[in-house]
Design a protein around this ligand. Sequence first.
Ligand SMILES: Cc1cc2nc3c(=O)[nH]c(=O)nc-3n(C[C@H](O)[C@H](O)[C@H](O)COP(=O)(O)O)c2cc1C
Length: 189
Amino acid sequence: MTITQSIYHRRNITADTFNNKTISKEIIEQLLEAANQAPTHGHTEPWRFVVYSGDSIRTFTDAHAEMYKSNTEVEAYSEGSYSKIKHRGDTSSHMIAVYMKRGTNPKIPRLEEICAVACAIQNIWLLASSMQIGMYWGTGGMVHHSCMKQYFSLTEEDEMMGLLFLGYPSNEWPKGKRIIPMSEKVRWI
Ligand SMILES: Cc1cc2nc3c(=O)[nH]c(=O)nc-3n(C[C@H](O)[C@H](O)[C@H](O)COP(=O)(O)O)c2cc1C
């Protein structure tokens, strides 16, 4: 696939539609190496990855579901959300927790560190898509709650960027849609 084809092919693939097939470690390493090629202002390289596979995915999603239960007000709590969080990775091959590790160079704004990690995630997504590997970028549940920062021993300045669920899709590859016309997004001067 050319890079253009990969860009247009990439889609968010719902995590519970993977088929349990394992992605090889070599491929996961290739995806992480692609992430490592992301642009980085001041060479801070702020992307960090925690890679889960097999039973360890469930160990994490169990912990995530418990974080949801213990940090959600009774009125807002739902058994459905608890179950979704707990079972999200059931058919995934791998799950990669991604966070931004804030560098020590004060000249680099925190926002730019977050941008760099988003670029790294997009590199993973594009390369995975080009290999017909599905990826779901999840930021729901407690991803942006301080308890998740604690879980991964992050500092206040670091940022959880999301949970990437990876697997081979069992459904047809979805078609993309864009709602806002380009004319509303672009001004030509
Ligand atoms: C920062 C970020 C966070 C996201 N978090 C979620 C999420 O929590 N749940 C979800 O279903 N999709 C999430 N997505 C994926 C979007 O839903 C998806 O990109 C969007 O629907 C457009 O579809 P496409 O990626 O297939 O083009 C996230 C995407 C980004 C960029």
